[in-house]
Ligand binder design. Structure first.
Ligand code: AMP
Length: 118
């Protein structure tokens, strides 16, 4: 149910992660290669959905929970007013490397432009 990816292993506590948030549906942990002073990944913890392209209409609530968990974390950690960015990458052209959907939360600095070709 949690899938055979790196993030499935983190959900099952088979490999360590710096977990910063957890509720019934969502797990969040610090990215191992941070791209900003705050870089946290929010993932569904009970289902394995490889990419955004695999989402179906009845997953809408789950995606909303990822976004709301990130917003709640930003408020709790005190940087919501300064601002932040959330990003979800889908497949190769976006640079997706872990095939368990995840929402990146980036904050803690003025963030540069994004979306430029690699
Ligand atoms: P993406 O490129 O959108 O698939 O994002 C995957 C992210 O997972 C990257 O930002 C990686 O740095 C991050 N990552 C890879 N392995 C780990 C790990 N063991 N713990 C935390 N983050 C990781």
């Amino acid at each position: 149910m949690t899938g055979d990816t790196l993030f499935g292993k983190i959900i099952r506590r088979e490999i360590p992660a710096d977990i910063v948030y957890e509720d019934d549906d969502v797990l969040a942990f610090r990215d191992i290669a941070p791209q900003a002073p705050v870089h946290v990944l929010f993932i569904p913890k009970n289902v394995h959905i490889p990419t955004l392209d695999d989402l179906r209409p009845n997953d809408a609530g789950l995606v909303g929970k990822l976004v709301l968990a990130a917003a709640e974390y930003a408020r709790r950690e005190g940087f919501a007013q300064d601002g932040y960015r959330v990003v979800m990458n889908c497949r190769d052209d976006a640079g997706q490397t872990v095939f368990h959907i995840h929402l990146h939360l980036l904050a803690g600095a003025q963030l540069g432009h994004f979306g430029t070709p690699r």
